[in-house]
Design a protein around this ligand. Structure first.
Ligand SMILES: *Cc1c(COP(=O)(O)O)cnc(C)c1O
Length: 393
């Protein structure tokens, strides 16, 4: 049968019908263990009752009005998010790319207000910020940009996890108004920077009077063992973007701002028809409440560490495994060669994983993954890694 979907995705040969927690069932009734969570989206697992109830109840009353009216659940969600993050206010949208678009516009406006006519944003190699024109221009991956020239101007790029490179760029380019960076790079290969990376960036931003903007779209909402990844440090950014797990599958994005950055986008300067509508906000409120009620964020650290130490144990004699690293349940297993085939091998074993940056297996299990599921993940994954690295010697 010919598909009428634009072929923008290379799809795996499986179609899911229903889910529950970390399990998914395909149309034939076969069960799979989901350790990817729709790429860090379903952090509470599939068909979570709290989210289900929230969106059912909300849909009986109101799905949408407009941002030209007050929206009570949007106000509640903004209070909750600012309270939990230490930020001042929020702009709501529908995706990660849109949250970053808001941040990019905010930074440019901030620049113009400080008298900089040609503002630039400092971004990183191997970064991922989305697929819209501005966010793909900010992304540090030529494959994402290929074929879409002319790119959006106003981005200057330096290597990730290199403070000296940032210092030099700031010295050299007086038009830099903001630094946009992921606390841990997800698509770029689960790259965890030096422990003081974010605090050194904060110092430089203060010194040069520019905005520190964190893309927490993948790292946020409990994924790394804190509500937001920057909360592993004692600094705060000026701008922080969220999406993915915020609605556990209901599309919602958010751009949080603090201090002067919170005063930059004023009436009429930005907008979104759907952004922050009652349906999406009620889902997000249920997500935040469940994370708290079930203490899931602290558990993410324990579970992530348990998965990694068990994997290290099983793979300790495999010289093709270069590194097993994690922050909470954001996990990377780096091999010494390309390993995209592992995704299909895992699928045959009814395990859903991902490979990023060619050589790094990426696991983003739901925060509700249980002990038996962790055992199954470790056993199956170490088995296929062993098989794969042995066969292709
Ligand atoms: C997924 C992701 C995005 C893009 O989010 P979309 O909702 O797909 O637009 C941006 N930044 C990071 C770090 C991401 O992981």
């Amino acid at each position: 049968m010919t598909s009428h979907i634009m072929p923008t995705y290379g799809r795996l040969p499986v179609t899911f019908y229903k889910g529950e927690g970390a399990w998914l069932w395909d149309e034939q009734g076969e069960r799979y263990l989901d350790t990817l969570s729709g790429i860090a989206v379903c952090n509470l697992g599939h068909a979570h009752p709290a989210v289900h109830t929230a969106i059912c109840e909300q849909s009986k009353r109101l799905l949408h009005t407009s941002n030209i009216y007050g929206i009570a659940v949007q106000e509640q969600l903004a209070s909750k998010l600012t309270e939990k993050s230490g930020m001042d206010n929020v702009f709501f949208c529908n995706s990660g790319a849109e949250a970053n678009e808001a941040a990019i516009k905010l930074a440019r406006k901030f620049g113009h207000q400080s008298g900089i006519e040609n503002p630039a944003i400092l971004v990183m190699e191997k970064s991922f910020h989305g697929r819209t024109l501005a966010t793909l221009s900010a992304t540090g991956n030529v494959k994402v940009q290929q074929g879409f020239a002319p790119l959006v101007e106003g981005f200057i790029r330096v290597p990730y996890n290199d403070i000296n490179a940032i210092s030099q760029a700031l010295e050299q380019h007086k038009n830099i108004v903001a630094i946009l960076v992921e606390p841990i790079q997800g698509e770029g290969g689960v790259n965890i920077p030096a422990q003081d990376y974010l605090s050194r960036i904060r110092e430089l931003c203060d010194q040069y009077n520019i905005l520190m903007m964190l893309d927490e779209i993948q790292t946020g909402i409990g994924r790394t063992g804190k509500f937001l990844a920057f909360q592993h440090t004692d600094i705060k950014p000026d701008v922080c973007t969220l999406a993915k797990a915020l609605g556990n599958g209901v599309p919602i994005g958010a751009c949080l701002a603090r201090g002067i950055a919170a005063q930059t986008l004023t009436a009429g300067t930005h907008g979104s028809t759907f952004g922050g509508n009652p349906l999406a906000c009620s889902a997000a409120l249920a997500v935040l409440k469940t994370l708290e009620d079930d203490n899931l964020i602290d558990l993410a650290t324990q579970k992530g560490n348990a998965i990694c130490s068990a994997l290290r144990d099983k793979l300790q004699n495999n010289e093709h495994v270069i590194d097993v690293r994690n922050k909470g349940l954001m996990i990377g297993i780096e091999l010494d060669k390309p390993c995209a085939e592992l995704v299909t091998m895992a699928l045959h074993q009814h395990l859903l994983i991902n490979v990023t940056n060619e050589k790094t297996i990426r696991l983003l299990p739901p925060l509700i993954i249980n002990e038996q599921q962790i055992d199954q993940l470790v056993t199956t994954l170490s088995m296929i890694i062993t098989e794969y690295t042995a066969q292709s010697l």
